[in-house]
Write a protein that binds this ligand. Structure first.
Ligand code: G6P
Length: 366
């Protein structure tokens, strides 16, 4: 059947609301409840080959790059393999050193982004081992990589990535689980993550159900000219993706910053006209994030906290509360309210959500 808008106001809205089902599709058949691992046959690596991986390098552009950063964090945390993300657009032109013990991961919704395809070509020319995390099955990047994990997000038409970003997070969690389980991740830790992934579709549904509350918060900030998005470690790529989403569809200037670096410069810009969206996962860095919010408040800056923790009452100006996920899956759940926030803020400004100015769904030219 052709992909149609139906009764939805725009494709971004339709695609955001499809995320519970999209995550469900992505997980189907991929959780190994016997060994508390992932079943990723499309990668085609034996346990011994998994063992030989010494580094992971994740490449993508735009939202796929921020998803790559989420994945690098998951892989380091769960598998204890050094991992990092880089924009494919930079990688392909800087004459990268390609190492045979590194697993390269090319991430793309469309599978046609020229910079990402260029990075794959450069890798293959130098004998690198590259797998694809791609949504469109028949795409160039999927074909060139020859192995990998399909996102199963379904069609995505809106320029702003939503369900593809979420499913990039899910497939990266599966990859981190598999890499972890051939190394030091215990069966107990594996079980916790499998259970966390199992619970994810319902959590996603619950978060999307809080849309009206998020819309009300977004409407209150529709007149601002600039915003900060801050986060630490797990929250940092979430902040970057949230700021990107806001810029793309509302044209409000947003800058993402590591919460830890705020006091080394940008704190000078905080005032009542400069709101900050603070991503606050319920993890070891909670106390640090709370004190950063206090510093912002002390300088008169409004704070919108997006959190799955129990924050002290009155700490933030506005709180967008999200149900608690497995800590390593929080980058996925905490990103969802930021999509709704950007969407509703852009709506209150009357923007053309599916066709933002100057942007294309996939950039297939130089
Ligand atoms: C374009 C889009 C972005 C997208 C990026 C990567 O710039 O505007 O929303 O994240 O391409 O697209 P891909 O299809 O490779 O994920």
């Amino acid at each position: 059947a052709e992909y149609e808008l139906g009764e939805h106001p725009d494709f971004m809205y339709k695609e955001m609301l499809d995320q519970r089902d999209a995550v469900d599709r992505c997980l189907r058949g991929r959780l190994d409840r016997r060994f508390m691992s992932a079943r990723l046959d499309g990668i085609g690596l034996s346990p011994r080959e998994y063992q030989q991986i010494r580094r992971v390098k994740l490449l993508g552009c735009g939202s796929a790059y921020y998803a790559a950063q989420v994945g690098a964090g998951m892989i380091e945390e769960l598998a204890r393999i050094p991992a990092d993300a880089e924009p494919a657009s930079e990688f392909r032109y800087r004459n990268p050193v390609v190492d045979p013990d590194t697993l390269y991961v090319a991430i793309s919704q469309s599978g046609e982004t020229l910079d990402t395809l260029g990075a794959v070509h450069e890798l293959k020319r130098k004998g690198g081992r590259v797998i694809g995390l791609v949504n469109v099955v028949s795409s160039s990047i999927a074909r060139e990589c020859g192995s990998g994990i399909f996102l199963h997000a379904g069609s995505e038409v809106s320029v702003a990535a939503t369900k593809s970003f979420t499913n990039m997070g899910v497939t990266l969690a599966l990859l981190a689980l598999e890499l972890g389980r051939v190394r030091d991740l215990s069966i107990t830790q594996g079980r916790r993550l499998v259970e966390g992934l199992d619970a994810l579709p319902a959590l996603v549904g619950e978060i999307l159900g809080a849309e009206q509350r998020i819309a009300a918060v977004a409407a209150r900030y529709a007149n601002v000219a600039n915003m900060f998005f801050i986060g630490r470690v797990r929250g940092w790529p979430v902040a970057r993706e949230g700021a990107q989403k806001l810029k793309e569809i509302s044209y409000v200037h947003a800058e993402a910053y590591q919460a830890s670096e705020l006091k080394h410069g940008p704190l000078a810009l905080i005032n009542p006209q400069m709101p900050t969206v603070a991503i606050v996962p319920d993890d070891e860095l909670l106390a640090k994030n709370i004190s950063t919010i206090e510093e912002i408040k002390a300088r008169g800056g409004p704070v919108i906290a997006v959190t799955d923790a129990d924050l002290p009452a009155g700490l933030a100006t506005d709180v967008i509360q999200v149900p608690r996920a497995h800590p390593d899956l929080a980058p996925i759940t905490l990103s969802l309210p930021l999509q709704l926030f950007a969407y509703h803020l852009a709506k209150s400004l009357g923007r053309d959500i599916d066709r933002p100015r100057n942007l294309a769904k996939s950039v297939t030219v130089e």
